[in-house]
Ligand binder design. Structure first.
Ligand SMILES: Nc1nc2c(ncn2[C@@H]2O[C@H](COP(=O)(O)OP(=O)(O)OP(=O)(O)O)[C@@H](O)[C@H]2O)c(=O)[nH]1
Ligand SMILES: [Zn+2]
Length: 363
């Protein structure tokens, strides 16, 4: 018998530690790192970090390093040596682009090279999965086991964590119930809960679609601003509505509402991206300046839910070829792409043009 948390439970715990500003310990490759989120780093914690080791490192993504003109020696990340007098303000300014234009020169930034960076990369993936800015302060620990015990910190074995975060998310069905909607009185809402403690996702089933034929389907990513507030900056609200209405008209379909707000970066980071867009950057540039890829979503979640529901082929309502490729890769056949072009207006036409030009969306 063991009450010890398994790797998925450790990842979930580590995510919430980082969000609360509590450091976690990452181990593997003969190393141990004490890791704290740059975004939630307090002055007290930074002082404690300094008390342990004079040489602190701020790990950022190669995307963020590009904006800061820092050299990248480690593929997708850069390890910035923190000056001895660096404050949390310095840490936040390097991690967060909100005042890049007011303070364009944050350097010169000295960068580490050589050595094994697997733990650093996993720490960045963990910060992303916690929907924090992808930047962490780290130091090397010698006796990680005792240190963790003494301070009550979570130890995360890095390679297991990396493999589990990269693996397709498995879901469990929680409950479903009838939900008459404007679009269709025969609606049914299903709730799915990921095994890794991440956000729940929803499936809205309309009618009683056969499991033996391609079903009219839509993978919709959450957009609080568009879906709920009727924001004119994107086309999400009209797309959600049009997809449900179309399913209602034909009498059957399935819409997956995936809680991957802001193309997977979370609402707070999406609002950071919007504030950069207010400064003139486009949707892709804004994500990159924050240190993210243009699209951080994992569409395997959608395939996994469809399989759980018993579907193996779809007629997919989308303009995004990546969604089709991901479905096919995961063993869901896309027999037809059904165009979904609604809701263009003067506020989102440049956004839609950028998605077509830079992210491969079909016009
Ligand atoms: N990071 C970021 N996310 C955005 C921005 N505007 C909208 N989003 C998010 O983009 C996602 C759009 O989702 P979808 O409409 O399902 O996907 P899509 O890639 O446009 O593909 P289709 O609509 O199927 O053609 C939602 O998660 C929105 O929250 C933005 O400027 N920045
Ligand atoms: Zn939107």
């Amino acid at each position: 018998m063991s009450f010890a948390p398994n790797i998925l439970e450790l990842i979930a715990r580590a995510r919430s530690d980082l969000r609360m500003g509590v450091p976690v310990i990452m181990t593997g490759e003969g190393q141990a790192l004490l890791v704290a989120s740059a975004e939630t780093m307090s002055e007290e914690r930074l002082t404690d970090f300094r008390g342990l080791a004079p040489d602190l490192v701020l790990v950022i993504t190669a995307r963020r390093a590009e904006t800061l003109k820092a050299r990248v020696y480690d593929k997708d990340i850069a390890r910035i040596r923190m000056p001895a007098d660096a404050t949390t303000r310095w840490v936040h300014c390097v991690a967060d682009p909100s005042d890049d234009l007011m303070m364009p020169m944050k350097g010169p930034l000295a960068v580490e090279r050589d050595g094994n960076v697997a733990l650093h990369q996993t720490a960045i993936s963990l910060a992303k999965s916690a929907q924090l800015l992808p930047a962490v302060v780290v130091l090397s620990l010698r006796d990680a086991g005792n240190f963790a015990l003494e301070h009550g910190l979570t130890i995360v074995p890095a390679s297991l964590a990396a493999a589990n975060m990269a693996a397709a998310h498995q879901m469990d069905s929680v409950i479903h119930a009838g939900l008459p909607m404007r679009a269709a009185e025969s609606g049914r809402l299903h709730i799915y809960r990921p095994d890794d403690g991440g956000e729940e996702h929803y499936a809205i089933e309309i009618g009683k679609p056969s499991r033996d034929k391609p079903v009219l389907a839509r993978l919709h990513s959450a957009c609080f601003t568009g879906d709920v507030l009727g924001s004119l900056k994107c086309d999400c609200g009209p797309q959600l509505n049009a997809a449900l209405m179309q399913m209602g008209r034909v009498g059957e379909g399935v819409l997956l509402y995936l809680n991957q707000e802001g193309r997977g970066i979370g609402l707070a980071n999406k609002m950071r991206a919007y504030s950069l867009q207010d400064q003139g950057f486009d949707t892709v540039e804004a994500n990159h300046r924050l240190g993210f890829e243009d699209d951080e979503r994992d569409f395997r979640i959608g395939a996994s839910i469809l399989k759980k529901m018993g579907f193996s082929s779809v007629k997919l309502l989308t303009n995004n070829p990546r969604k089709i490729a991901m479905m096919e890769n995961e063993g869901i056949k896309v027999t037809e792409r059904v165009e979904l072009k609604v809701g263009e207006n003067r506020f989102n036409s440049a956004y839609l043009a950028t998605k077509a030009a830079k992210s491969g969306h079909l016009l």
